[in-house]
Design a protein around this ligand. Structure first.
Ligand code: MSP
Length: 782
């Protein structure tokens, strides 16, 4: 009887819809996709969930500011996440939106379950609330939010509370015992110290005595000391010791307010619709509602469908892995387990936190305005690198190619769990070094040699090896070069043969992608040096049968090495490795993954007579100028005078188009006051568009020439409006331009000013400013 597949359920956080996706979101999603692909190739019945978090005051306010109903607002932004994941080839099995009926029913079911088990009570609460983080903060009024720095609001509410305080000790025990696995240790320790509460003040007096008596070093508290302190009755207050011997302050974990009455964009509390469910309880529940929790309450399903949903829940819950960003570990490692315990549901097995992507030295986030859109990388690498090499390629192919580049970079460059800096230069440098000049070049070089010299396909070499290892030398003998030391066939085989197991056992389970890919690059360089050392192109010219046998040995070894490295790289580079697999003559890599051919990799998998598929470049080199192209695509319009505390611009606008400040970001007429002199510095003028044309390979930009009347020369402006205006519709149109903006170069063209437009809706669609009356060209706006 076949063994039933092990299940593996993994999730990403569901992303807030108040910001458009950026590469910080893509980072977590990419990591999840890599893990999902790996589990699928291992044969696990894998379920990979992602989605969007759509309720809460923040979203309601953003929608109001954009002047559209919240549902329409969330529909648009949620679709932008979903479309991006499609463009990137992300293989999520489901996509949950918290505004869906299935989630709505599931959350209410969970609420009723918690209520029935006595875990919820009604009470009133006054506190400082951070609207941006959707959380009460235990700080005096007037203090800024410690997490995001925005002003806290005093909120008094009659709230439902969850008895979180009941779970302090159980959760400490679960984490300390490793039953609830949290990675990395920094995240685990942070969660534990939150759960344990501030216990050192209880010990200070006692420890001070011990230090004075010379029995202790300052600041070192062992669990023995703490026990001794307890026994001696020397602790002020009630400090306890966990079964693992660590102290904690009972009561440090407070009950959690889980409903709101100050806004209504949320899921109504069952039986008291004045309240909506707290957005974090709502959001966390997605992990169960997406796989059928509460399906019995759904009136849109038949009895049979309900049973299917319940079976799905029984099959996949608990989650094997919640992947989260490090800032939301507390919600996942404290609140969520407590809610599950209270509802009588099993706990997730593992919570793994990724670090932050930093850009221009701080966490990439909408509120800081320092985001890089994933689309920029897809368009730049896809069009400028892949598209130039393969002009007939489809946009889908270009996107998938570029997605591979980003996947590789993020996992290779940043130790998983730590923060890492993103820059366009680093992306290009890493791409060229590891992928274009490294792996891609090795594949092309090797396969070309095979194609030219072994027209009947690969042959299996005979042992003993004709290219012996040179790393063991007779006394006094030195290798002539590093290449020589590594030139043995045995050296190459053993460095590759052991590697899959090392990855399986050490690297993958601990998410050590950076190390795994570094090791991979090293092995690429070994094979490369092996080829350079033995020069198969010369061996091929020799008439000597030994040389011919050497040729077979060298080419088989290099090609088989590539096969194994390619199979290992598949979860990270699914598009590129698919091409290499075809070129190796092995067919469809997705099918190979499904058939288990990419696991338990053994040396010697390439059979004699294996014929290569058609050869093609894998990773064309990227020009350094690409960094400027990406910077131009990203760098938004110089923002109109903005107060520092306001949310900066969304970056989906191209340079050359000035838009009114995003309503969600600036309160008109309040925080961003400027003097009349400041305004007078901006030279706004009426101009007429006389030329409008698309710029090749720039989907969003139009090149305009505008006429400002007889007193000014004609000028060229690049405007990011190509997705919203056809060039034909613009000819003859009178617009407003900022005439004294410093010129800037984009795509090699100079933009001399910008066109003024309003920014509409969450997508920031531009609408050009114009006049109802006929206005003279060159007239100044005052
Ligand atoms: N909606 C909540 C999560 C609810 S889960 C039940 C939320 N959303 S978020 O959109 O603000 O961020 C979600 C996740 O996106 C982060 O936890 C992290 O995984 C990822 N990232 C967002 N910005 C990031 C960086 N700059 N760097 C790395 N990851 C980032 O929190």
């Amino acid at each position: 009887m076949p063994v039933p597949a092990k299940k593996f359920y993994l999730t990403t956080p569901i992303y807030y819809v108040n910001a458009r996706p950026h590469i910080g979101h893509a980072y977590t999603t990419i990591a999840a996709d890599v893990i999902a692909r790996r589990h699928r190739l291992l044969g696990d019945d894998t379920f990979f969930l992602t989605g969007t978090d759509e309720h809460g005051q923040k979203v309601q306010r953003s929608a109001a500011a954009a002047g559209i109903p919240p549902q329409q607002f969330t529909d648009e932004v949620s679709a932008s996440f979903r479309n991006l994941w499609k463009r990137m080839g992300i293989t999520n099995d489901d996509y949950i939106r918290t505004t869906e009926a299935r989630h709505h029913r599931g959350v209410q079911h969970l609420w009723r379950e918690l209520e029935a088990r006595g875990a919820i009570y009604l009470s009133s609460y006054t506190g400082q609330y951070c609207v941006s983080d959707e959380a009460f903060v235990d700080l005096p009024a007037g203090t800024p939010c410690p997490d995001c720095g925005r002003p806290l609001e005093t909120v008094t509410e009659e709230n439902y509370f969850f008895r979180l305080s009941d779970y302090q000790q159980p959760i400490i025990d679960l984490i300390e015992s490793g039953t609830l696995h949290i990675q990395p240790d920094t995240a685990k320790n942070e969660v534990l110290s939150f759960l344990r509460g501030p216990f050192t003040p209880f010990l200070d007096e006692f420890m001070a005595q011990r230090v004075k008596q010379g029995k202790e070093l300052p600041g070192v508290y062992s669990s023995e000391d703490i026990r001794a302190a307890l026994v001696a009755g020397r602790l002020t207050g009630d400090l306890r010791i966990s079964p693992k011997g660590f102290p904690y302050v009972p009561g440090a974990l407070k009950d959690l307010s889980i409903s709101r009455t100050t806004f209504d964009w949320g899921i109504p509390v069952p039986g008291n619709p004045k309240h909506v469910v707290y957005v974090w309880l709502d959001a966390l529940a997605n992990y169960v509602t997406a796989i059928g929790y509460g399906a019995e309450d759904r009136d849109d399903l038949t009895a049979e469908q309900k049973l299917d949903e319940q079976a799905k829940f029984a099959r996949y819950w608990p989650a094997d892995l919640h992947l989260v960003g490090k800032e939301i570990t507390r919600f996942h490692c404290v609140y969520w387990p407590a809610i599950l315990l209270a509802a009588g549901l099993p706990l997730p097995k593992s919570i793994v936190a990724n670090g932050w992507l930093l850009f221009e030295e701080s966490k990439m986030s909408k509120s800081r305005g320092n985001i890089v859109r994933t689309e920029t990388i897809l368009d730049a690498f896809g069009d400028e690198v892949y598209g130039k090499q393969f002009p007939d390629s489809t946009k889908a192919d270009r996107d998938l190619f570029a997605a591979d580049v980003l996947r590789y970079f993020l996992l290779r460059e940043i130790p998983f769990g730590q923060d890492g800096t993103f820059s366009f230069d680093a992306l290009i440098t890493r791409y060229n070094a590891d992928l274009a000049n490294g792996y891609g070049n090795l594949v092309s070089r090797t396969l070309k040699l095979v194609e030219q010299n072994l027209p009947n396909g690969l042959e299996i070499p005979q042992t003993p090896w004709l290219c012996p290892d040179r790393n063991v030398f007779r006394e006094g003998e030195e290798p002539k070069s590093k290449e020589e030391a590594r030139s043995g066939t045995h050296f190459i085989i053993s460095s590759i043969k052991e590697f899959p197991q090392f990855c399986d056992e050490i690297l993958w389970p601990d998410h050590k992608y950076q190390i795994a890919l570094g090791e991979m690059a090293l092995r690429v360089s070994f094979i490369d040096s092996y080829l350079s050392f033995h020069k198969p192109w010369l061996l091929a010219k020799s008439k000597d049968p030994i040389d011919r046998a050497k040729l077979v040995e060298v080419l088989y070894t290099a090609t088989e090495g590539i096969r194994i490295l390619t199979a290992l790289l598949y979860p990270i580079l699914p598009y590129a490795t698919a091409s290499v697999w075809r070129q190796l003559g092995l067919g469809d890599i997705e099918e190979a993954a499904r058939n288990g051919e990419l696991k338990d990799l053994k040396w010697g998998g390439l059979k004699p007579g294996t014929k290569l598929g058609p050869l093609a470049p894998i990773f064309p080199r990227a020009d350094k100028g690409l960094a400027q192209i990406m910077t131009d695509m990203e760098s938004p319009t110089p923002a109109p005078a903005e107060a520092p505390s306001t949310e900066p611009r969304t970056s989906n606008l191209e340079p050359g188009t000035s838009t009114a400040p995003q309503p969600s970001n600036l309160e008109p007429g309040t925080s961003n006051l400027i003097s009349i002199d400041d305004f007078a510095k901006v030279d706004l003028r009426v101009a007429q568009i006389v030329v409008a044309e698309r710029i090749p390979k720039a989907d969003k930009l139009l090149r305009l020439e505008v006429d400002l009347g007889p007193n000014f020369p004609r000028r060229q402006i690049l405007a990011g409006i190509a997705e919203h205006y056809t060039p034909e519709s613009l000819i003859g149109r009178k617009v407003v331009i900022v005439a004294n903006l410093a010129p800037r170069k984009m795509r090699g063209l100079e933009s001399q000013g910008m066109v003024v437009a309003a920014s509409i809706g969450p997508a920031g669609a531009p609408v050009l400013a114009g006049f109802l009356e006929d206005v003279e060209l060159g007239a100044r706006l005052k």
